[in-house]
Ligand binder design. Structure first.
Ligand code: AOF
Ligand code: ZN
Length: 343
């Protein structure tokens, strides 16, 4: 069989559409990955877009094929994950693509799930042109990051997010902490929350701040999808705490062991750790932080609690160093995205 031709401009545009479709279902598909798929007809025109339904429902390819109908025949599928090859809760997507008459398939990430993998081989064996790794970097660092991490390591992906003053403090001397960052940074956090599986805070944060920990739309209304709220620690929290209301589900874990916290979240790979300083320190010391989102605000406090405590650093040689993924400005604040450069 001749080698497949290079991806076309229409296929590159379809990949962006597929990523976009997957971003819209992020947080709603676990333990399944949020996948996006686009079917182009034989002329390269978009015929169907689909994304993974909540677990047990149709996969992205099936949703896109349904939308495309007969227009899939002789067409191309662009998918963010390798089409599955197994009879799980749904049938194999590789077979669905073949039955619909798709003749070319481009996908970004290979499926590391041994039960589901093999779709690319099945499609090639049936004479379909297959290009693997198309847009892999963006998808693997974006919508599929947490799920792939979970598949590879067996545990959830933890993003520790904090906001701090220029001198690294997350509260003033009297404990007040609203608001260190500006409105744009706060809006950004809410958009992210709606795509998560779980938000974790310590009991100290609940006692000090009484946070609601819900995802809100810009107008203040609750977003359609709410992550699980997880409160960790030994101290009792008042029955009237906002985090215990019925706006979103809440799990209270009477432990401070980061591993026990992650074990309790086994089917929820995209986890945001929001505070406070001792819980963050425990996760960092245990090597269980996979990404740091640091919002740095151009204010000075001069006194007050640090963003992190007790991370296990006794001397400069033990400092926890990070790689920079990106730096951007969000309103008046700076957002650093970092990954650990330590074991
Ligand atoms: C795809 N397209 O949209 C998704 C895939 O339990 P099941 O049958 O739903 O299968 C879940 C597995 O299928 C999951 O672990 C992953 O390997 C793959 N997910 N595959 O072709 C999709 N969500
Ligand atoms: Zn599938």
């Amino acid at each position: 069989m001749p080698a497949p031709h290079e991806p076309t401009a229409a296929e590159a545009a379809a990949l962006l559409l597929a990523v976009d479709a997957s971003e819209r279902v992020r947080g709603t598909t676990s333990p399944n990955p949020p996948v996006g798929a686009v079917i182009l007809d034989a002329h390269g025109v978009v015929a169907g877009v689909g994304a993974t339904a909540p677990a047990g429902g149709p996969h992205a390819e099936v949703a896109a094929l349904r939308a495309a109908g007969e227009r899939a025949r002789g067409g191309t599928a662009v998918v963010t994950l390798e089409p599955c090859n197994h009879h799980g809760r749904t049938g194999p997507c590789s077979a669905a693509l073949l039955a619909a008459g798709v003749t070319r398939v481009l996908f970004a990430a290979a499926d590391p799930n041994p039960q589901a993998a093999g779709g690319a081989d099945t499609l090639r064996a049936a004479g379909v042109e297959v290009i693997a790794g198309f847009g892999a970097d963006d998808v693997e660092s974006g919508p599929l990051r947490a799920w792939l991490h979970r598949q590879r390591t067996g545990r959830a992906h933890v993003t520790w997010k904090f906001a701090a003053s220029l001198d690294g403090r997350s509260a003033a001397a009297d404990g007040t902490s609203q608001w260190i960052t500006g409105p744009q940074a706060r809006a950004r956090v809410h958009v992210q929350r709606a795509k998560l599986d779980a938000i974790v805070v310590g009991t100290g944060t609940v006692l000090a701040d009484d946070p609601w920990l819900t995802a809100r739309n810009p107008d203040g209304t609750l977003a359609a999808h709410q992550p699980l709220r997880v409160v960790v620690g030994q101290r009792p929290i008042p029955a009237g705490a906002k985090v215990l209301d019925d706006a979103a589900p809440t799990l209270v874990l009477r432990t401070r062991d980061p591993r026990e916290v992650l074990d309790a979240l086994a089917d929820r790979p995209d986890v945001l750790l929001e505070g406070g300083p001792h819980l963050a320190g425990a996760f960092l010391a245990a090597g269980l932080v996979d990404r740091v989102l640091a919002f740095l605000s151009p204010v000075l406090l001069g006194a007050g609690a640090s963003a992190v405590e007790d991370a296990g650093v006794g001397t400069i040689g033990q400092a926890l160093r990070f790689h920079r993924e990106s730096v951007e400005t969000v309103g008046d604040d700076l957002l650093l995205s970092l990954t650990p450069n330590f074991p």
